[in-house]
Design a binder for this molecule. Sequence first.
Ligand code: ATP
Ligand code: MG
Length: 300
Amino acid sequence: MKLDAIIARSRKFVQPYRVTNGKHFSLTRFAPDDIGPFKKHGKDEAAALLDEGVEALSALQELLYASDTWSVLLVFQAMDAAGKDSAIKHVMSGVNPQGCQVFSFKAPSSEELDHDFLWRCAKRLPERGRIGIFNRSYYEELLVVRVHKELLQRQHLPQRLVTEHIWKQRFQDVAGFERHLARSGVLVLKFFLNVSKEEQKKRFLERLDRPEKNWKFSDADLRERARWSSYMKAYQEAISHTAARHAPWFVVPADHKWFTRLIVAAAIIDAMGSLGLAYPTLGRSQTQMLAKAKRDLQNG
Ligand code: ATP
Ligand code: MG
């Protein structure tokens, strides 16, 4: 299938999950077990489409790299076991590792806590021509830190700045940061992998039951699970305050991993396909130089 056709198809797939304006956004309207146009057993069909998508991404990444103007920032946020790692692994499987970087943001170090909350992420932004993936991000400051307000105390902020307005101010700061990035040529795409509480339970039980998956389980996971509704409220607010045309959110159904991957791939293909990427064309003197080099090589 031609790249243009894959881009057009991706646009159609992803449309129901894209949020570009938070005004009327309601997370409850997005079903975690949605599988779009597929039937329950559409897994094989979806896998074939994903293969094409992975190839398309590889072609788009080469164009991105060659044109060296835009960069792409993919932000992944989710509850535990929603499938961030596997979505990243599958969707980027065809991409040249030289043009791609992944950072996982864990609880901040003491050095990081001595800076503003965007600092550690700003240091990891992708250069022009590259794709950067944030596995968790500055959004944790509106999510885990909001759910566990005691974390705010560890940030050494001047007390007079910690007021009831702090969350509103952080929404503004994040939105402003992303606007700045967009204006500087960073394509910002944000993914919330929307898993249901029931499916998370199933996946946790699997992690406990299967020895090769035990390492993935941490008892902190259960503590966070107990705060499910606070997290959903925090996601609702974070998304509604930061969704923008230049930095859209994608609320991706995550109860079926095969569907998650397809939608994530489609979102990236659609957005990169809209950048008007093209291989650089050569000027006259460069074309002449190449012709001369060819002659020299042939005669040498
Ligand atoms: P996995 O799928 O392997 O569990 P993970 O992304 O959950 O991957 P963990 O090491 O389990 O990785 O968890 C990282 C933890 O760091 C999360 O609980 C997250 O909320 C926390 N974290 C990330 N950023 C911040 C932050 N700015 N402040 C406080 N905690 C943070
Ligand atoms: Mg975890």
